[in-house]
Ligand binder design. Structure first.
Ligand SMILES: NC(=O)c1ccc[n+]([C@@H]2O[C@H](COP(=O)([O-])OP(=O)(O)OC[C@H]3O[C@@H](n4cnc5c(N)ncnc54)[C@H](O)[C@@H]3O)[C@@H](O)[C@H]2O)c1
Length: 284
C-alpha cells in the first residue's frame, strides 16, 4: 500500500488508520488504509450517478445509512438530485465535478450507476441511432464521469463502482446495444483497476440480475411486444433462469455497493460481482 503525491511515492505503514495530505489541513479516513473488519463508510464522500430513482437511490440511501456523505446526480430534475447532469454530456459532467470539488472538497467513491435499457430488436431490425444512443449513455457516461473523478480519487485513494448487468456476462438476445455497453463496462473496470491500482484507487463492477421494479416491468412489456409472448410468461422465464427462482431487490445491489466501498474491501479491485441469485442462462 502506498500514498502517492504527484511524482512521489511513499510507502505507508499498514497499521495507519488515516493519512494527512501535505498542503491540506484535513485528515481523510480512507477505505484503503483502514482495517478489514470495518464495514462503515464514515466520512466518505460519495457520488452516485442516476441516483434519483431505482437502484441508484437505493445505493445512495444505504451509503448514507452506513455513514457516508452522499450526493446524487440525475438527468431527471423531478427526482430532486443534488446535481442535474446528463452523464453523456462532457460539459454537464465537468460542471458537476467542479461543483462537487467546491461543495465537498473532494471525492472518495464514484458509483457509475446510470444505465438506460436501449432498444429491443433483432440486429437486422435494430435502429442504428437508438443503438448509438444506448452505448453513448451507458458506456460513454461511465467513461466521462470516471475521467472527471479520477483526479479527485487519486488524492483520496478512493474507489469506483461500475454498475453492469448479468447480461454483460452472458449476452442477451434482442438487447445487443445494452449488452455491448455493459460488457464494455466490465472491460473498463478491469482496465481501470490495472491503471489505477498502484496509486491506491480501486475499481469494481456489480452485475445486478433482474431487479423488481418499474424498469424490469418496462423491459418485460417491450420484450412481450417484440416477441408476441405474454408478459407473465416472460417474467416466469426470467425467474426460471435463476438458481434461486426469484427477482432480487434494489437493496441487495446497495448492500454490495456498501461493502465494496468500505475498508473491509480494501484489497478487492478489478472484480465483477454478480448479485442475481445465480443466473444460469439468459435463454428462456
Ligand atoms: N433494474 C434492473 O433489473 C437492472 C438489472 C441489471 C442492471 N441494471 C442496471 O442498474 C442501473 C440502475 O438501473 P435502474 O433499474 O435503477 O434504472 P432506472 O431507470 O430506474 O434509474 C436510472 C436513473 O438514471 C437516470 N438517468 C438516465 N439517463 C441518465 C443520464 N444520461 N444522465 C444522468 N442520469 C440519467 C434516470 O433519470 C433514473 O433516475 C443501470 O445501469 C441498469 O442498467 C438494472
Amino acid at each position: 500500500m502506498a500514498w502517492k503525491r504527484p511524482g512521489v511515492r511513499i510507502p505507508l505503514a499498514p497499521l495507519l488508520n488515516s493519512v494527512m495530505f501535505l498542503g491540506e489541513t484535513k485528515f481523510y479516513s480512507m477505505a484503503t488504509s483502514t482495517n478489514s473488519q470495518d464495514f462503515s463508510l464514515n466520512g466518505l464522500r460519495v457520488l452516485v450517478t442516476g441516483g434519483g430513482s431505482g437502484i441508484g437511490k437505493a445505493i445512495a440511501d444505504a451509503m448514507t445509512h452506513a455513514g457516508a456523505r452522499v450526493v446524487v446526480c440525475d438527468v431527471n430534475n423531478s427526482t430532486k438530485p443534488n446535481y442535474v447532469c446528463d452523464v453523456s454530456n462532457s460539459r454537464d459532467v465537468d460542471a458537476m465535478f467542479a461543483a462537487i470539488q467546491r461543495d465537498l472538497g473532494g471525492l472518495d467513491v464514484l458509483v457509475n450507476n446510470v444505465g438506460v435499457p436501449g432498444p429491443t430488436a433483432r440486429v437486422d431490425e435494430m435502429d442504428a441511432d437508438a443503438y448509438d444512443e444506448c452505448v453513448r449513455i451507458n458506456l460513454g457516461g461511465t467513461f466521462r464521469c470516471t475521467k472527471a473523478a479520477v483526479p479527485m480519487l487519486l488524492k483520496t485513494c478512493g474507489s469506483i463502482i461500475n454498475i453492469s448487468t448479468s447480461a454483460g456476462i452472458f449476452g442477451y438476445p434482442l438487447r445487443s446495444p445494452y449488452v455491448a455497453a455493459k460488457w464494455g463496462i466490465i472491460g473498463l473496470t478491469k482496465s481501470w483497476a490495472m491503471e489505477l491500482g498502484a496509486d491506491g484507487v480501486r475499481c469494481n463492477a456489480i452485475c445486478p440480475g433482474s431487479v423488481s421494479g418499474p424498469r424490469m416491468d418496462g423491459v418485460i412489456e417491450r420484450e412481450a411486444a417484440a416477441t408476441g409472448v405474454s408478459p407473465q410468461s416472460i417474467r416466469t422465464g426470467y425467474e426460471n433462469q435463476v438458481s434461486m427462482k426469484t427477482f432480487i431487490d434494489a437493496t441487495d445491489i446497495a448492500a454490495a455497493a456498501v461493502f465494496l466501498s468500505s475498508p473491509a474491501a480494501r484489497f478487492i479491485t478489478g472484480q465483477v460481482l454478480p448479485v442475481d441469485g445465480n443466473i444460469e442462462t439468459m435463454r428462456a
